[in-house]
Design a protein. Structure first.
Length: 128
């Protein structure tokens, strides 16, 4: 008896889902009046790590980066932020122009980094 009920339920679910899959994919997003040369990225904590990654990897697209309580580029490759700023700079230079945008773009960015002096989780082990 339970098998019949399960099969009926499964059939009903499939019947309901088939019309949903027949819908066309949504169209493109509308255009907005945004100056692409004035786009910045910022984030707090985990979002700051992501903002830093975006700001470096796509440096040609962002005029500024704001990092609030986050680490430096390529810091969290493992589970903790064990890499130093020197390691980040070495990675950026090694990947510049191939895996990421040329690091020369970073010179034109406005970059703000805010890290608490008593932060034992995020604070770099050496000066930035």
């Amino acid at each position: 008896m339970k098998l019949k009920q399960s099969l009926r339920c499964l059939t009903a679910c499939l019947v309901l889902l088939v019309p949903l899959s027949a819908h066309a994919a949504p169209g493109p997003l509308p255009s907005y009046n945004v100056d692409p040369a004035q786009v910045s990225v910022s984030g707090y904590s985990a979002g700051a790590f992501m903002a830093q990654q975006l700001g470096v990897a796509y440096s040609s697209r962002f005029m500024g980066v704001g990092v609030l309580a986050g680490g430096f580029y390529d810091c969290r490759r493992g589970t903790t932020c064990t890499r130093s700023p020197a390691d980040s700079i070495a990675s950026m230079n090694a990947w510049s122009g191939s895996l990421i945008d040329p690091v020369s773009n970073i010179a034109r960015q406005q970059i703000y980094v805010f890290i608490g002096t008593n932060d034992t989780v995020i604070a770099p082990r050496e000066p930035i």
